[in-house]
Design a protein. Structure first.
Lengths: 114, 113
């Protein structure tokens, strides 16, 4: 398996634009997690899915953020409109069973909002 | 919810010495404690984990200890090597959901050759 795949790897956009980050989890993994990493706040869980269903979105910062998982092999994280404070590295991770097992992280998307 | 604290935030050791990173957690129902290593510019990767039914676990030069009574756990790296230089994150699962883990703020370890 190729591991967790994320695209794009880098995204530079202007404030106010819509940004869509994409993730393909490892085949057969039931859990998918979206994290945001910044120097100030560390590694924050934004939302996670179990069998394509959102379970906990309490980490989503505000209504500008939304996430979907239309099928077992694809998820998106959308920011609309984007703001400079959204600049961060966004990681997607997947896990075979519950979160009590290893999470396999993707390479991340480095987002810069100017 | 769960809160995980980690100390120190930075750690510098000479090659061959040992390194110890300590974490505390707040949720007494937590029962899963993974450690992730993140090299510069790379993704976090699991290096070792421990569950609450054991007090210690070893894997070559890495060991973790858990004290559930005191709600703290530690990572021990012996005979450090330059390739151990990275940011290390401890984490604990939320006792109410078990599905999600909360990460500590990280410890930046530098091993000086």
């Amino acid at each position: 398996d190729a591991g967790v795949i994320q695209s794009p790897r880098h995204e530079v956009t202007e404030m106010g634009q819509e940004v869509t980050l994409r993730c393909k989890p490892i085949s057969g993994h039931d859990y998918l997690f979206w994290y945001r990493q910044t120097m100030m706040r560390g590694l924050e869980l934004l939302i996670y899915f179990n069998n394509n269903v959102p379970i906990d979105d309490s980490g989503m910062p505000e209504d500008r953020f939304s996430a979907k998982m239309p099928n077992a092999s694809f998820s998106t994280l959308k920011i609309q409109p984007s703001e400079p404070r959204d600049s961060a590295v966004y990681f997607c991770a997947s896990s075979l069973r519950t979160g009590m097992y290893e999470q396999y992280f993707g390479p991340g998307t480095r987002l810069t909002v100017t | 919810g769960e809160n995980v604290e980690q100390h120190p935030s930075t750690l510098s050791v000479q090659e061959g010495d040992s390194a110890v990173i300590k974490c505390t957690y707040s949720d007494s129902a937590s029962n899963y404690f993974p450690w992730y290593k993140q090299e510069l510019g790379k993704r976090p990767q699991l290096i070792i984990d421990i569950r609450s039914n054991v007090g210690e676990k070893k894997d070559q030069r890495i060991a973790v200890t858990l004290n559930k009574t005191a709600k703290h756990f530690s990572l021990h790296i012996t005979e450090t090597q330059p390739e151990d230089s990275a940011v290390y994150f401890c984490a604990a699962n939320e006792g109410t959901s078990y599905d999600k883990v909360i990460f500590g703020p990280g410890t930046s370890l530098s091993v000086i050759p």
